[in-house]
Design a protein around this ligand. Structure first.
Ligand code: SF4
Ligand code: SF4
Ligand code: FES
Length: 737
């Protein structure tokens, strides 16, 4: 335990560990030292704003409290007891306000603004300035998502420090000097970073605002509903701001072990898809003239008929983003109420990882992080990327085995790398074996990632090392929760029916998955639960409208294996899944609660015996590690056919993709360009330069894309985002168009 130091803040004495900052020491004494620029999550203090002035016994001048740590016996006087400190803070505020426009009535920050609040508590009651204030063009577009009202900026540098030191994108800069300093983007390019929205939340004034929220609500008209993001498997804790039954913005709710208060732009800005024009709100049934609107009663009659006629020959394709309750309810209806049949999940996960469980924050404290898998971590689980960056800043060694990693590998080599690390004598294998704080991460599709990384962790003896753990980054937000809930819903055998009489497609990700669509072609009938007509209009026999995560109550299991609670932020425009599944189940004599907490009580009996809904909020705990259970042995992946002089196609699913992102025009600039990435060697061999238009082709199908020469990419590989790869096959030819 670290040494305790005794300090006095105003008239209160407290003991705090050595190294504690003055702001925290005052907090421990129940006293506020006001701050603007101070934000420990951004790294060391910069002392930019001088709002935190305090008087310290023995020091002749006022000190910026945020820049100091306590010393034993230190006596600190805040403005509450020091007239000098009060005068200093008042002068600071007067100075900050010299050019601040005081347009609070029309400022989005008004009503929840630290500058307003601190001026009210510590500032001068009137102004001595009668000259004109500085003005600028406004708003300045930082990107399609963020606007800058430059005259409101108080130069606290929170935004630039986030960009430089947390996201490490280096795109926000402070240019010019002294009174002319201003915040801008590098070379005035749009701020394009997966994490850009965090600067809006960090800005202590209304200088950086979200274009999606601007002028849309006043703080006294809104409610904040605590929920959890299901944009990926991280499960960031969020607050949904609601006004008049509509989601107006998403803010972070800082779970220190999961997200540390950061969100990615997909989680923060994709909520407008709830009100997309092509959203389905009532069922559609295929008739003589194609899909026709039908009533819920008729749709449930139709669904019942489909289920009865297909008994024993039904396949369910999940998105992996359903709540645990929806997956369980479907399992009770389909596995319990009807004969056994099978489910398709987007990606296999593994229970074996429970032996190596740790909070995501442990990545930031690791001394060695080894990432295996083809996909960039940021595309699968953005916040994990931030934790890895934090580890690197703390001098951790980061080793990445991927086509663009520090150890370049061919696509699909992950399982082989795991075997080598488990049995080999390489430097990395030895370092992993000897480490006390090491983390393994699997970031890629296929290869049974969760199981393979668990086997490696087991071979390295991680189960007995609390500082060592392993994570699998699945493509969906809740695949383990869905698989577990489905499995415990009924005691039934799984079969793979052939032919498939009925395919049930659950959710938008399943409906837009090419493998599921291929399965639909084999099925006699298809029932799709989706939010958008476009995703299934051409091939579904019956469409039931789906709800969005922000419209759902329920629970979800993130990639740590932590069960978290989703709360309905706004009512859905249609009956929710549990309402109609319970009605349908009743027709097959299966009793199901029509609401999430009723189903949770039932599924919890099987899955989480010690958990109650109260245990889950506001910050859900991480379950303890379980004993290691060896996973299923690996199946040998089919060899990839190599074409003559062909490049191996590596397609990946970008973070900014999918039906929700596609329906938010402001997110368009974050989506991947129509690029094919080539290694330097492959580009040179083909006479292709960066930016050239190229034809990528395979087996009679082709796509015209722009070449991007990636110095990190391994030779022999062409990398293309899924949405631009179309029907290209594993081996492609690339030629200059
Ligand atoms: S824009 Fe906001 S966060 Fe950035 S320096 Fe100005 S006040 Fe601070
Ligand atoms: S990192 Fe994942 S869970 Fe967090 S905000 Fe982004 S999409 Fe949502
Ligand atoms: S909060 Fe201390 S100088 Fe800004």
């Amino acid at each position: 335990m670290s040494e305790l130091l005794s300090v006095t803040v105003d008239d209160r004495q407290v003991e705090v560990p050595k190294g504690t900052g003055l702001v925290e020491a005052a907090q421990a004494a129940g006293i506020e030292i006001p701050v603007f620029c101070y934000e420990p999550r951004l790294g060391p203090p910069v002392g930019a704003c001088r709002m935190c002035l305090v008087e310290i016994e023995g020091m002749p001048k006022l000190q910026a409290g945020c820049t100091l740590t306590v010393a034993d016996g230190m006596a600190i006087k805040t403005s509450a007891t020091s007239a000098k400190a009060a005068e200093g803070q008042e002068a600071t505020l007067e100075f900050i306000l010299v050019n601040h426009p005081l347009d609070c009535p029309v400022c989005d920050k008004g009503g929840e603004c630290p500058l307003q609040d601190l001026t009210f508590r510590y500032g001068p009651g009137n102004t001595r300035m009668s000259f004109s204030k500085l003005t600028f063009d406004k708003p300045i577009p930082v990107s399609p998502l963020i606007a800058l009202d430059r005259e409101r900026c108080i130069l606290c540098y929170r935004c630039t420090r986030f960009s430089e030191d947390v996201a490490e994108d280096g795109q926000l800069i402070a240019r010019n000097r002294g009174a002319h300093t201003e915040i801008a983007t590098f070379e005035d390019e749009p701020y394009r970073s997966p994490f850009s929205g965090n600067v809006v939340e960090l800005c202590p004034v209304g200088a950086l605002t979200s274009t999606l929220y601007r002028f849309d609500a006043r703080p006294w008209e809104i409610q904040n509903v605590p929920t959890v993001c299901t944009g990926c498997a991280v499960g960031c804790n969020t607050s949904a701001t609601i006004r008049e039954g509509k989601v107006k913005r998403i803010l972070s709710r800082n779970h220190p072990e999961i997200d540390r208060g950061w969100l990615c732009d997909k989680g923060r800005f994709s909520y407008p898809h709830l009100r997309a024009e092509d959203r389905i709100t009532s069922p559609l049934r295929r008739g003589r003239k194609g899909l026709e609107a039908t009533s819920w009663d008729e749709a449930l009659d139709e669904a019942e008929t489909m289920l009865r006629e297909s008994r024993g020959s039904i396949v369910t394709a999940f998105s992996g983003s359903e709540t645990i309750e929806i997956a369980y309810a479907l399992g009770r209806l389909l596995r319990g109420g009807l004969d056994a049949h099978s489910a398709v999940l987007p990606e296999a996960t593994s229970d074996a990882l429970e032996a190596f469980r740790m909070p995501l924050s442990a990545i930031g404290e690791a001394g060695l992080v080894v990432v295996v898998g083809d996909d960039p971590v940021v595309e699968r689980a953005p916040i994990v990327d931030l934790w890895i960056k934090e580890a690197r800043r703390r001098d951790a060694e980061i080793v990445v085995y991927s086509p663009t990693g520090s150890e370049t590998t061919a696509p699909g080599a992950g399982a082989e790398i795991c075997r080598e690390l488990a049995s080999g004598k390489s430097r990395v294998a030895n370092a992993l074996r000897g480490a006390e704080r090491a983390v393994l991460v699997w970031s890629g599709p296929g290869g049974g990632g969760g199981a393979r990384i668990a086997e490696l962790a087991h071979a390295l003896g991680f189960a007995d090392k609390p500082g060592c753990g392993a994570f699998h980054l699945p493509a969906a937000s809740n695949p383990r929760g869905v698989a577990l809930a489905w499995a415990v819903a009924a005691d039934a055998d799984e079969t793979n029916p052939e032919p498939i009489e009925l395919l049930i497609v659950s959710g938008d990700d399943a409906a837009s998955n090419p493998d599921v669509r291929a399965l639909a072609e084999l099925a006699n009938r298809v029932l799709v639960v989706t939010m958008f007509h476009e995703l299934a209009g051409g091939w579904a026999d019956l469409i039931l409208p789906a709800t969005a995560a922000l419209e759902r109550d329920g629970t979800s299991m993130n990639l740590e294996g932590r069960v978290q609670r989703l709360r309905r932020a706004v009512p859905p425009p249609c009956p929710d899944e549990l309402a109609w599944i319970s009605k349908l189940a009743a027709r097959f004599d299966v009793g199901l609660a029509p609401h999430a907490m009723g189903v949770f009580a039932e599924v919890g009996e099987h899955l989480f015996k010690d958990l109650t809904p109260e245990d889950l909020g506001p910050h859900a705990p991480l379950p303890a590690r379980h004993a290691y259970v060896a996973p299923e042995p690996a199946t040998t992946p089919a060899p990839v056919e190599d074409g003559v002089e062909g490049l191996r196609l590596h397609r990946y699913r970008p973070l900014f993709s999918g039906p929700a992102v596609e329906r938010v025009p402001e997110l368009g600039f974050q989506r991947p360009d129509r690029d094919v990435e080539l290694s330097v060697a492959d580009a040179e061999a083909r006479g292709i330069a960066n930016g050239d238009v190229v034809l990528v082709s395979s087996n009679g199908t082709s796509a015209e894309l722009r070449a991007r020469v990636n110095r990190k990419l391994v030779a022999g590989v062409a990398r293309i985002a899924d949405e631009h790869a179309g029907d290209l096959h594993p081996s492609v030819q690339v030629v200059k168009a």
